[in-house]
Write a protein that binds this ligand. Structure first.
Ligand SMILES: C[C@H](O)[C@H](O)[C@H]1CNC2=NC(N)=NC(=O)C2=N1
Length: 163
C-alpha cells in the first residue's frame, strides 16, 4: 500500500486535491496527529470515512480536517453556519472557519490537547449532514460562473436585490 506522503510526491500536486480524487488514498495511523483526548482507533476509523469516502482532507500534518462548503445563496450559507454554531455550543467545540458570500471553509482541529479528536470527527460529520439540509452545491463544475452560481443569481448578497 502506498503511503499518503509517497503518493503526494509521486503525483506532485497538493495533497488535498490528489487525495479527494483518488481511490488509492487510505488513511492510516501514521498520517494523523491524534489528540491525547481521543481513542486512536476511533479517530483513524472516522478520518478514513470522512476522507477516503467523503470530501474532507487532512491539514497541517494530520492535526485536522478541512473542506469547503458551497451553497446557492449567502442566506443558505449563513443558515448552515448558524446550525453548525448551535452544535458547537452543545459540544463545546469550535471551528476555524472563514466565509465569503456563498462559500465557507471549515477546519476541525482540537487545540487542547492538540491534534485530531473524536469531537473533530463528530463535527465534520455534522457539517456534512447540515450542509445537505441547506442545499449544498459542492461539488459543482463552474462553467463561466463562480461555484454555486453567480451573485446575480443568488439575489441576496449583502441584502441587495437585483432589479
Ligand atoms: C473549556 C472548553 O470546552 C475548551 O476550551 C474547548 C472550547 N472549544 C474548543 N474547540 C476546539 N476546536 N478545540 C479545543 O481544544 C476547544 N476547547
Amino acid at each position: 500500500m502506498l503511503s499518503r506522503r509517497l503518493l503526494v510526491s509521486l503525483i506532485g500536486s497538493a495533497p488535498c486535491r490528489a487525495f479527494s480524487n483518488t481511490r488509492l488514498a487510505m488513511v492510516s495511523r501514521s498520517d494523523l496527529a491524534i489528540s491525547r483526548s481521543s481513542d486512536e482507533q476511533e479517530v483513524v476509523q472516522a478520518a478514513t470515512e470522512l476522507i477516503d469516502n467523503g470530501k474532507w482532507h487532512l491539514c497541517h500534518d494530520g492535526v485536522g480536517l478541512e473542506r469547503p462548503f458551497v451553497f446557492k445563496t449567502f442566506k443558505a450559507t449563513w443558515a448552515f453556519m448558524n446550525e453548525v454554531a448551535e452544535e458547537c455550543k452543545r459540544q463545546q467545540h469550535h471551528p476555524e472557519w472563514a466565509n465569503i458570500f456563498n462559500r465557507t471553509e471549515i477546519r476541525w482541529t482540537t487545540h487542547n490537547p492538540k491534534g485530531m479528536s473524536t469531537k473533530d470527527a463528530h463535527m465534520a460529520r455534522f457539517c456534512d449532514e447540515a450542509a445537505q439540509r441547506h442545499g449544498e452545491q459542492y461539488p459543482k463544475p463552474a462553467e463561466g460562473k463562480t461555484e454555486g452560481g453567480t451573485a446575480d443569481e443568488a439575489r441576496d448578497c449583502c441584502g441587495h436585490t437585483h432589479a
